[in-house]
Design a binder for this molecule. Sequence first.
Ligand SMILES: [Zn+2]
Length: 298
Amino acid sequence: MPELPEVETVRRGLEPYVTGAHIDTVALKRKDLRFPFPEGFASALEGATIESTSRRAKYLLFRLSTGKTWLSHLGMTGTWRFEDFKFQDLKVGEPSRYYEPTEDRKHDHLIVELTHPEHGAMKLIYNDARRFGFMELFGDDAESAYLSELGPEPLSNAFNAAEMAERFKGKKAPMKAALLDQKVVAGLGNIYVSEALHRAHIRPDISAATLVLKSGAPSKRLEDLAEGVRTVLIEAIDAGGSTLRDFRAADGNSGYFQHRFAVYDREGEPCPTPRCKGVIKRIVQSGRSSFFCPVCQH
Ligand SMILES: [Zn+2]
């Protein structure tokens, strides 16, 4: 499932080609993905210009000249790709490359014809085999049920140890669950929670409250964790980005899978922390795997 860095990688792939583009036609191949498309979705998009392409947590946001925002969530297998473009110089390549490119057109659910002032006409296609993705249209962020409840964006100044201490105070829930709570930090999923906890040398199964001092201030370890979250996300975005640029010469593998994780999905392998002799362990928390090093995460 794409997490924040993968969605940001997609956004960076789309941005140069869709920002400034005019939406000529929108063809829906079905009425729903995970949820039904909003009423009048296609006609609300047609004729609009995409003024900006941004991201909040794992949501892609296309701000339109009509004042509406078009939201896209990729679910498990959602991808965006370009077809029928005339431009030769794909500066950052196709947007969906963190995910294996699909040839299966029966899962193409939305086809958007765009004209960009510089790049000309192109088709932007949404493909989603498992259909856990969804789309929405809204006037401002407060209007979107998906965005209005979100906690701070982890790469913004709003996310910091003091803010986390506020949320973790008195929380008996294990670290991992506390970090997966989208009100604490928006956009973290199973993979990068494991990675951030390893980076900060914190076990996923201790209670969140143990990282808050009696005064309510964040402990040094909570500060390390806030830093760890930011670092693993930035490194993953950078890895996706560099794989993006190299893609055409590469073997077709995606940035997502080429990115090397320290603990995620590495059960039984040696811990990459310098001088640590630990072996990565897997435990199941709330039905999902957590990976950690029992030696350097304590
Ligand atoms: Zn270790």
